[in-house]
Design a protein around this ligand. Sequence first.
Ligand code: BTX
Length: 326
Amino acid sequence: SELRKRLIEAFTDAGGEFLSGQHLAEIAGCSRTAVWKHIEELRKEGFVFEAVKRKGYKILQTPEKVSADEISLGLKTAFLGRTIHYEESVSSTQKIAHRLVTDGVSDGTVVVAEEQTSGKGRMDRQWHSPKYSGVWMSVILKPNLPPPRAPQLTLVAAVAVVQAIEELTGLMPQIKWPNDILVGGKKVTGILTELQADSDRIKAVIIGIGINVNQQYEDFPEELLHTASSLAIESGKPISRASLIQSVLSRLEKLYITYLQNGFHPIKLLWESYAISIGKNIIARTLTGEIKGKALGITEDGVLMIEQEDGAVRQVYSADILLEND
Ligand code: BTX
């Protein structure tokens, strides 16, 4: 709107200084309440403001897009993300990636969107993916491997994301098997790995990575407030999504090459160094029931081992994990 344009111009002229609500109201020709509402709207579009009582508002960041150009500029990979498929708004980047695989795209193609209207979690759950505030991407890999090896790639991706978050924010994320990345006990990232395969060979794995980056508390739906967080909330500063994507891709490429050349073992060691649940009492909710016991670690295949009270060790291929004191 015209009014919002005037507000943006005022902030641009202010060059990073605080502008009082009163002053903004005069410039825009509206009430202070209306100014506040428009600022909320701008925040939803990716502007980041700091609001301080009696000082007013200061602009911290204008919306940064994660277009192919923005990601390519400065990307240090050999093949990962060399082809980027970018969209403003999609239902799910996974869906697009599946279609691209069927059409025959090259190994390492990445699909990125500013927003997902029905982002997918595991087991048909939803992944909340608001506009301009997160990394919503799908990475297409075509390893020459049998299908049962695919879950290991989820763990490869988890290590890459943890390392990228550490690099960009200084935070110390932890991994909850198999695919949750937590900061301060709250979920900041989810990973969903899907397959296209013949009976004995993987045609493509599609690794969906969702990272909460610049959301503020108000951007999360009520039901996620206690379990989810964003990198901006946890680190107290906005994070460049394009830089984060570049870092994830370059780390993922390195780890993936290590994995193909040397197998899962080196990845397993890294993964365990970030794992939160190992050695703790957990409950694994699987499709067929609950398994309770102590998480011993993961096998050389990436499968979770749980020691039950009677001493029996169970292997868990897919489950949701609760720490017993959660
Ligand atoms: P998951 O099944 O482990 O987690 C889904 C659950 O997490 C939801 O049921 C909800 O409770 C919670 N949740 C939903 N949205 C968020 C969020 N933004 N932050 C924290 N918790 C949330 C995890 O599945 C796998 C998610 C992969 C998402 C990526 S985004 C790019 C790609 N495209 C796509 O559609 N999915 C993947």
